[in-house]
Design a protein around this ligand. Structure first.
Ligand SMILES: O=C(O)CCC(=O)C(=O)O
Ligand SMILES: [Fe+2]
Length: 261
């Protein structure tokens, strides 16, 4: 079960976690594994919410993400490593330079033992329907989502054990979002080994993937590829450092290639 708490992070409870919570809250008085409306009324919403917050704070591994992040803004630094990274991205991706130059912040992530990131899509939710939020580069307007066309992720060290990058539904021939949400595969903290693809970290290795399809009519940027669900498996031994650099795009090629947009 995945719930989103008010301060924005997701937590993943399994049946045993829920039973333990019922027990501590004395909710399931008749121990039939169901909470009736009357049983639920024995605790106020505020007390329940406080309990859940405290409970998850004491069990950080239940959170969808357990890591530390920092950002580097290359505009403000003059660094050979950062410049080289960009040049390599240009060579590998063969995308127009303005698109790569446009948003060049680098995210650095550190995971300690038990650190993980449950499965997510880097480019946000796209239902593929006409009413899906439109793509934008930066979230200046409220009604848009940042669309990360490409993810360029580099392992910065060797990890002694664990910490693989997992793609639970890579290469599936069908996609059933409801089955996926209710199943266990997105909970990489517990079920990483059920993933279709797992990549072992190695210092200097880059993993690159496209989060979007090409729109066949325009030849430019299209819908999100829903098989790109991915995340980081728990680190078992050692520490894991990675960097992420995303290339954002929108369906409007003219604007995308305008440096100032
Ligand atoms: O840690 C990993 O291997 C994946 C990280 C990731 O998916 C992200 O930072 O968006
Ligand atoms: Fe990601």
């Amino acid at each position: 079960m995945r719930i989103t708490l008010e301060d924005g992070y997701d937590v993943y409870f399994d049946d045993d976690d829920l039973r333990q919570m019922y027990e501590e809250l004395k909710l399931d008085q008749n121990k039939d594994d169901y909470i009736t409306v009357n049983e639920m009324r024995t605790v106020t919403p505020a007390a329940f919410s406080e309990f859940v917050d405290k409970w998850t704070d004491a069990r950080p591994h239940l959170k969808s993400r357990l890591s530390e992040q920092a950002w580097i803004f290359p505009d403000t630094v003059n660094d050979e490593v950062v410049d080289n990274l960009k040049e390599r991205m240009l060579t590998v991706l063969q995308l127009p330079r303005p698109l790569i130059d446009k948003y060049d912040a680098i995210q650095v992530v550190k995971y300690g033992i038990g650190g993980h990131y449950n499965a997510h899509i880097d480019s946000g939710v796209d239902t593929g329907e006409d009413n899906s939020l439109t793509c934008c580069h930066l979230k200046l307007a409220r009604n848009c989502r940042i669309c990360r066309y490409v993810t360029f992720m580099v392992y910065l060290n060797d990890v002694e054990k664990g910490g693989e990058t997992a793609f639970p539904v890579a290469n599936n021939s069908t996609y059933d979002v409801e089955a996926l949400r209710h199943g266990k595969k997105l909970n990489l903290n517990k079920y990483c080994n059920k993933s279709n693809l797992m990549i072992k970290p190695k210092k200097g290795k880059a993993v690159i993937w496209y989060n979007h399809f090409i729109n066949e009519q325009t030849g430019w940027f299209g819908h999100t590829d829903q098989l790109t669900w991915h995340g980081g498996c728990p680190v078992v031994k050692g520490t894991k450092w990675i960097l992420n650099r995303w290339i954002n795009a929108t369906p409007d090629r003219k604007l995308d290639l305008k440096p100032e947009y």
